[in-house]
Write a protein that binds this ligand. Structure first.
Ligand SMILES: *Cc1c(COP(=O)(O)O)cnc(C)c1O
Length: 218
């Protein structure tokens, strides 16, 4: 099942790239294993996943200890400052940095282990009150402050579109994130698109798509 789903998702990514005139290698699949058991996580690695996205530091820590594979771990969920030390030891990319306080803590913990931590800034493009992420208006200030940190490398931006059955509803939010990215650095990554809307996200320039349900559904 997971094997078929992986094939199907990979093909859909390739088709969306083709439609958008992009090369498939421009888009990386972050396989979201936050609800997957150890067995299913192992299975998806066997099926070719090379980046795993986890929502919670502790879950990733536990899996990492058991799986111990040469795989890339990404944190896609909200990060609390008391989990930063563990997160910095574990994740190649943290998608969800949304405050100066958090960035400062990451910088300090990364410094202690001689790491330069790659991060994305999570932007709340939709302005929904319940969402994490920094407001687009505050992004310039945050980036200005982060630029003084030696142990953090900002690689791009991340967003989550509001939940809606129709993926087209997500398009304006993806467009907006791309516009913001283009106004800062066109080479930056754009982490956007989930099971329900990743094709639209790819059409709008996503370089990282975070997909869970479409891979693990029965
Ligand atoms: C769960 C989650 C995803 C994956 O969502 P699916 O709908 O299962 O593809 C992507 N990004 C974040 C931040 C998530 O929490």
């Amino acid at each position: 099942m997971i094997n078929d789903n992986m094939k199907s998702v990979t093909q859909r990514i390739a088709r969306a790239c083709e439609k958008a005139g992009r090369v498939a290698s421009d888009v990386k699949l972050v396989c979201v294993t936050k609800e997957a058991s150890i067995e299913k996580t192992r299975e998806v690695i066997t099926c070719g996943a090379d980046i795993l996205g986890e929502n919670r530091v502790q879950d990733a820590f536990n899996k990492h200890a058991i799986i111990n594979d040469t795989i890339s771990w990404h944190l896609i969920g909200h990060l609390q400052t008391n989990k930063v030390r563990t997160a910095v030891g574990l994740f190649d990319l943290i998608h969800s940095v949304d405050s100066l306080r958090l960035a400062a803590k990451i910088d300090s913990e990364a410094g202690k282990i001689g790491k330069r931590q790659d991060i994305l800034i999570e932007v709340n493009v939709s302005g929904e009150a319940a969402k994490f992420g920094i407001s687009p208006d505050d992004l310039t200030d945050l980036l200005g402050s982060i630029s003084s940190f030696n142990n953090i490398i900002v690689k791009g931006l991340m967003t989550m579109a509001p939940e809606a059955p129709d993926p087209e509803k997500a398009r304006p939010f993806f467009k907006k994130l791309k516009e913001i990215r283009n106004s800062i650095d066109r080479t930056w990554d754009l982490s956007m698109g989930m099971s329900n809307d990743f094709e639209v996200a790819i059409e709008e320039g996503a370089t990282l798509v975070r997909i869970g349900r479409a891979i693990f559904k029965a």
